[in-house]
Design a protein around this ligand. Structure first.
Ligand code: SAM
Length: 355
């Protein structure tokens, strides 16, 4: 997958707080922020469970790999004091700006970087960090990204077909919908959306774009609705939900970034360090579950192989046997938390050979 890291070691690095000068506001003058002044609103999910299981302690180093508006970080960072430090990453400039404002009172204890988390093994050593005691991923999109009509993530608002988390990136939803082949469209809608009507939707998209380019979310929603038979449309979710999820995953390389990062946990986590991942759909959860299993020493080779080829190593012990789901009260207060699932594991203090 292409390296979509933006700005590490460049002007997009933001460091709220510079020590002697006291808490400083990050400079955002050269960031490609969205034009609107929409407030960054996002409710952190499973916050109590994250704090309990990741257990941040004074003096520790934590990475919030998806800092968003800083909701989880604002609760974690004070627990690292005195002496600890939190590094927050997000590939979205608007999130870095919002987190910078929210976390500014924590000064030099917090550093924010606009980057893709798959680059952590390169980003951390540049900051003198060999390994971290805590690592949190809260995957997917924030409420701000979903609700900001300029970003084109939502099937419920009229917007240009965009869906990029990194605004500088070239590939947009409009490019995919208007230029990718019918086969490729079918494949992503099927694989990333788990949409049974993928073939019909791709075929309807191709027919529609032969008449005129598809430029807005509502145009695409209408095409999807027309492709799904009325009987099937009546049940369950919004008919465009799965196709929009598929496009978002493809545009932002979401599953590749997650897979790559889960493969690199041995380069990021310190012995005794905890890693927590909040997922929002089964494709993400499967990647985390399998990576944790492999790192906990379970052979993940397909059954019947004469020799083990997955090279499983006992790096992690699982702190959650089953994924943790939000309590009913959290779902009632924040319906978007409904599909959140948290898995947490801890790096063993010493790896034993031959397990
Ligand atoms: C659900 S939000 C996180 C919200 C945050 N925990 C909070 O409480 O405010 C997910 C964030 O992850 C970011 N993101 C998704 N994939 C990323 C990746 N591969 N690298 C960096 N950031 C990513 C998105 O831009 C978004 O801001």
């Amino acid at each position: 997958m292409a390296d979509r890291q933006t700005g590490v070691g460049s002007k997009a690095d933001l460091k709220p707080g510079t020590g002697a000068a006291g808490p400083a506001r990050p400079s955002t003058s050269n960031l490609p922020l969205p034009a609107s002044n929409m407030p960054y609103i996002h409710q952190p999910v499973l916050l109590a469970e994250v704090l309990q299981l990741l257990d941040p302690q004074p003096g520790e180093i934590f990475v919030d790999a998806t800092v968003g508006g800083g909701g989880h970080s604002a609760a974690i960072a004070p627990r690292l004091l005195p002496g600890g430090r939190l590094v927050g990453l997000d590939q979205d400039a608007a999130a870095i700006k919002a987190a910078g404002e929210r976390l500014a009172p924590l000064g030099a204890a917090v550093e924010l970087i606009q980057a893709n988390f798959q680059d952590l093994p390169r980003i951390l050593p540049r900051r003198g960090i060999r390994a971290v005691d805590g690592l949190l991923f809260d995957l997917g999109v924030s409420s701000y990204q979903l609700d900001n009509p300029e970003r084109g993530f939502s099937y419920q608002a009229e917007a240009p077909l965009d869906m990029r988390m990194t605004q500088g990136q070239e590939l947009t939803a409009a490019t995919i919908v208007n230029t990718w082949s019918e086969e490729k469209l079918t494949a992503i809608i099927w694989q990333y959306g788990e949409e049974r009507w993928a073939k019909r939707i791709a075929s309807f998209i191709v027919s529609a774009r032969q008449k005129a380019p598809i430029t807005t979310t509502t145009q695409l929603v209408d095409i999807i609705k027309a492709a799904i038979p009325a009987g099937a449309r009546r049940s369950g979710h919004h008919p465009a939900k799965r196709t929009f999820q598929a496009l978002r995953i493809a545009i932002n390389g979401e599953l590749d970034a997650l897979r790559t990062t889960m493969e690199q946990l041995d380069k990021i986590l310190a012995p005794g360090g905890r890693v927590g991942v909040i997922t929002f759909h089964s494709l993400e959860d499967r990647i985390v579950k399998q990576a944790f299993q492999r790192w906990s020493g379970r052979c993940t080779c397909p059954p019947g192989l004469p020799v083990c080829t997955c090279n499983s190593r006992r790096l992690l012990e699982l702190l959650t046997r089953k994924p943790v789901a939000p309590a009913a009260a959290e779902i009632a207060a924040n319906p978007r938390a409904r599909s959140a699932r948290l898995r947490v594991a801890r790096r063993v203090l010493k790896e034993k050979d031959g397990e």
